[in-house]
Design a binder for this molecule. Structure first.
Ligand SMILES: [Zn+2]
Length: 80
């Protein structure tokens, strides 16, 4: 089912991604919290986030297979 090619949006099609919004925090604040606590989120399976400068109004997170272990999230900058 997993396809090796394709943009980050294929993670949604694979059921491995979420675009999250919060009434109490901006996407930048959520991004910063997740980055600060990255090990906890990574242990839960999260591997990537999109750059919030690109995704204004939501935060994209996904569980794509990891490229590098024991490192903070890969920050993805999707093409507009
Ligand atoms: Zn998304």
């Amino acid at each position: 089912m997993w396809e090796k090619t394709g943009g980050v949006y294929s993670q949604h099609r694979a059921g491995r991604a979420a675009d999250i919004k919060c009434k109490l925090a901006t996407e930048k604040e959520m991004f910063e919290v997740i980055n600060r606590e990255w090990l906890t989120f990574k242990e839960a399976g999260l591997t990537r986030m999109e750059d919030v400068k690109v995704t204004v109004g939501w935060l994209h997170v996904d569980c794509a297979p990891e490229i590098a272990k024991d490192q903070p999230f890969l920050i993805v900058r999707p093409a507009k």
